[in-house]
Design a protein around this ligand. Sequence first.
Ligand code: BGC
Length: 737
Amino acid sequence: MTGSPQAAPAASRGHSERPSQRPWLDPGLPVAERVALLMGAMTLEEKVGQTHQVANIHPDDDADALRGARIGSSLFASGATGGNERDEGVLAFNIDAAQRHAVEGSRLGVPLLFGRDVIHGHRTVFPIPLGLAAAWDEDLVERAATTAAREAVVDGVAWTFAPMVDLSEEPRWGRVAESLGETPVLSGRMAAAMVRGFQGADPGHPDRIAACAKHFAGYGLAAGGRDYDTVSVGENTLRNLHLRPFRAAVDAGVCTVMAAFNDVDGIPMHAHRHLLRDVLKGEWGFDGVVVADWNGIGQLVNQGVAADLCDAARQAIEAGVDLDMSSGSYAAHLAELVRSGEVDEALVDDAVRRILTLKFRLGLFERPYVGEPPRANAPSAQTREVARAAAEAAHVLVSNNGVLPLDPSSGTVHLTGPFVDAGEELLGTWTLDGRGEDVVSPAAAFRARLGAGRLLVTDGRFSDRAVQQVRNADVTVALLGEHPWRSGEANSVSDIGLPAGQLDVLRRLARIGKPLVAVVYTGRPLELGEVMDLADAVLVVWHPGVEAGNALASVVFGDTSPHGRLPMTFPLTTGHIPTSTHQRPTGRLVGRDEDSRLGRYLDDLVFPRLPFGHGLTYTTFDYGPPRLSSGELSLTGGEVELEVDVTNSGDRPAREVVQLYFRDPVAEVTRPLTELLDWEALVLLPGEKGVARFAVTAEQFAYFGRDNTARTDLGEIVLRVGPDALRGGTVSLRVTA
Ligand code: BGC
């Protein structure tokens, strides 16, 4: 970085310094009026500049384009790490230097909008989103997003590309790591919590950032689980499942929505006028910004629906994509398309109005600069507290014959496997700003707990040495699973088994016959059958973030009873994909009896290894039968209360996630055999009885019928309350006119 102006403190950049002929700088005016005043002063080229986002902006290389107002926003640049360097001093300077060209060097002084992927934490890294969803805890997820926003603003980030709300029943697809699970209700509520956390009540507050619900829509249905692959889905399934979490994010006020790379039944989403314009912007009234995904407009050419970039730009603006992430197609062609009459200028105006509205709402005209950071963004005691709570909450105990929790005061523990001393490997797939050195490794946390004398650690090679140490310890804790690079974007697998060699070692560890605990780090549901057979207890812990080791120690030694629940079904094997709660009835219902298996696999059962919602803890809970305040519910309003008694019948306090599912047995279209409707978490002491209460309304049973309009039917609804998607007591309710 040479020759760039010195960054000035944010406080000195008041509106009073602005030329008075810029009336839109008056913060007292309503945003719509400010936008109209500014747009009234803009040339077509300046408007098009607002629709152009560039990656890794450079204050020197891009100076001319910035001063010419040909760039409206930036992707990736950050006060701390823009240019991919770690030197904070240099790069706080980088953002402000670029911003200065736009604000002080361009004709109208429109500030740049800096976006960056802050997916599961910024410097303080939390569990991957799939792990956060496993907490089934909206407050916790909101706190994590709030914390991430507070750190991101220190680096000048004003906008994150999260949450990802693509539903998927495809564990081969690497991006399930970034998702919030397979069901509309869990994913939708977690997404809304994240939106609240990032944006707060006012995204323009100095500690808040704009959020982005992505990828609209159907991305989780990529054929074969191969990232970016085609999607064949009808509008009814989209509406009844995949669009719902987007709707929840929009209802929570999300500022932006990102288009998906995939096509939907032949029409690429960056050209999907019906879903973007008619449904998202029209029917739902979404008035924020639709941003393209990375070169998503340019990829219309690769997808074979656009002849060239100009054609792609025309289709995307017509479809309703407002902001072009990195393809350059709008910058190169939109003005010419308007001038030639091929694109209506009103479409460009609408896109620019949305983008400028966001910039005004974010307060960028009042506070365009990062300036001197008001605080450090390294993990602090407070942010670690959130990270630890989130990591603990993400731990899902999927099997346990009583070996866990371990007694912290006696015995020798052998800790082994590729993640023993891990740092960066435990952060997870989508961290641009997390640092390996911030991670508390499992070995460090266990050492702090047990002292060197009672801990044997064998290194990450996970081989003969590990096997030899089994005899010398009272219990072996084997840390297995996937490296984060085996999940996430573009990282799909054709086999959801453990990585090569791990199962062999686990078999050898188990053969010695000493107690064995398997801890599985993963970005996706894995095939765990044999792991569960070999180990006395299995914990699925995803990629837990900076507090990985501390969270593991507190769960393994019983300071905390594990309380995570699976946000995705774990299929028996790769060949069973898709297996999920979305399954709908066929003409031949599936039961456990021989006859009902007709047409299913000859060589295996069709049930999941671990159902959605599954998770054990260190106590047991007994469920009473569900009770309804009334057996009838009026279509026109009101609610019925459903209650179930839950008793902690063991000897430890724990949190139970009481899950409410339903089935609509007769509808216009096939409906899921079981669908999550609601949940309530109860924290109960040993012997304590709690009551889970659910307010049930007819609206909750609305679905899209044969004509794709919303409807609620009269008649029976079967409700089930239990600890996961397969178990629980049922009760029937009748929806009446
Ligand atoms: C991903 C998006 C992401 C964008 C910018 C794309 O490849 O699909 O989710 O926000 O890159 O990093």
